[in-house]
Design a protein around this ligand. Structure first.
Ligand code: FAD
Length: 332
């Protein structure tokens, strides 16, 4: 069990890293090795709420294991029991699969001492890759942000902390349309560059539905700092599978979908008393395929898919793109 260091105490995980930990590739290395013939893809999972959800997650994880993503990531929620389950499952992903896991680390509700202990527990499981985030207020992602009295205010401080703790490969969040709390895009870009200068190796974007927003973010980052801004910006995609997923996408991103995308989905849903789910799903997969193809053509370093813990939609998009991910679903 990892003991918590006192706040401000000199602390390093270097002496506790196992030889196996040193051999774990970084996300950036994995993107390079996976990019031999195709743009690499990666996937994001969410912590399951109960035992049934956990069983489903593991089936999905095993399916993706046979599709060889460059890495997988597990989001981190601030809620009590989910928090403990998240840390446990993230550790198991490192120890019991052939996948490269990235642990999301958020500042919400945590003191610096607790954050250090959490990083230590991830290192103990052989996790070297951490996506550092400030996190959203629990319950309402758009609600007011309150710093923990002994915690950090911004992700930038957390990047420094994780880098000081050991040889971690650190990712951060980037926002194609700007973070909803940023006054303007220039300020938003400056804060992204500050996180990269603090030691982040790459960023993963918030999901978006207009590739132009991603391309403009890339331009802004490069113009703001030709060195830091050239670090990989991995676009995040979420295939829409129902009108309910549209609401989820808008809630997660804090942004409305572009009208032309909404129009396509609503046209597919039809005018009947019930949504034509098969048609909406097909249209959502087509939209994600078109976006992914454009991102590939524009030289994106990878594609990070939000899966909501299902493999099918991501597999369909990848198959449409000509990826060899035809692995049949595992039986339950
Ligand atoms: P920060 O970089 O700290 O930015 C927060 C706000 O403060 C921004 O408006 C920024 O412009 C501003 N800011 C930054 N630095 C300064 C400064 N020095 N002075 C003044 N203003 C500043 N949330 C979760 O709870 N769990 C997850 O697992 C999770 N995973 C995510 C994965 C991805 C790929 C993305 C894109 C987001 C994820 N989020 C997650 C959501 C994220 O935590 C929220 O969007 C959060 O509101 C911002 O996080 P951040 O790390 O960008 O914060």
């Amino acid at each position: 069990m990892h003991s918590e260091p006192a706040r401000g105490q000199a602390f390093s995980l270097n002496n506790r890293r196992s030889p196996a930990h040193a051999r774990v590739p970084s996300v950036v290395q994995s993107l390079h090795t996976h990019a031999v013939s195709q743009v690499p893809f990666s996937v994001e999972f969410n912590p399951p709420r109960d035992a049934a959800g956990e069983a489903r997650l593991w089936r999905t994880v095993r399916e993706f294991e046979r599709m060889h993503p460059a890495f997988i990531s597990m989001t981190y929620g601030a809620g009590g029991s989910t928090k403990d389950r998240t840390a446990r499952i993230t550790g198991q992903l490192a120890q019991q699969t052939t996948l490269l896991p990235v642990a999301h680390l958020t500042a919400v509700g945590h003191s610096i001492a607790e954050l250090r202990a959490l990083v230590g527990s991830y290192a103990d499981c052989g996790i070297r890759n951490i996506l550092v985030l400030r996190g959203d207020p629990p319950g309402d992602p758009l609600g007011e942000w309150h710093k923990h009295p002994d915690g950090v205010e911004y992700a930038e401080e957390l990047v420094r902390m994780v880098r000081d703790l050991g040889d971690f490969n650190v990712g951060v969040a980037s926002f194609p349309q700007g973070h909803h709390r940023s006054p303007d895009l220039a300020t938003d870009t400056a804060h992204l560059i500050a996180k990269l200068r603090a030691g982040a190796d790459y960023s993963i974007t918030q999901m978006f539905f207009d590739v132009e927003h991603y391309l403009r973010l890339r331009d802004r980052a490069l113009a703001a700092d030709p060195v830091e801004g050239a670090k990989p910006i991995i676009p995040e995609l979420m295939p829409i599978t129902s009108l309910r997923t549209v609401a989820r996408a808008e809630e997660l991103s804090g942004r409305a979908l572009p009208p032309r995308i909404l129009e396509r989905l609503h046209r597919a849903a039809g005018n009947g008393p019930e949504e034509d789910r098969a048609a909406v799903r097909a249209e959502g997969i087509e939209i994600a395929t078109e976006m992914a193809q454009r991102l590939i053509d524009e030289g994106a370093p990878g594609m990070h898919f939000i899966t909501l813990n299902f493999a099918k939609a991501t597999r369909e998009v990848l198959n449409n793109l000509g990826y060899h991910v035809t692995a049949a679903p595992l039986s339950a």
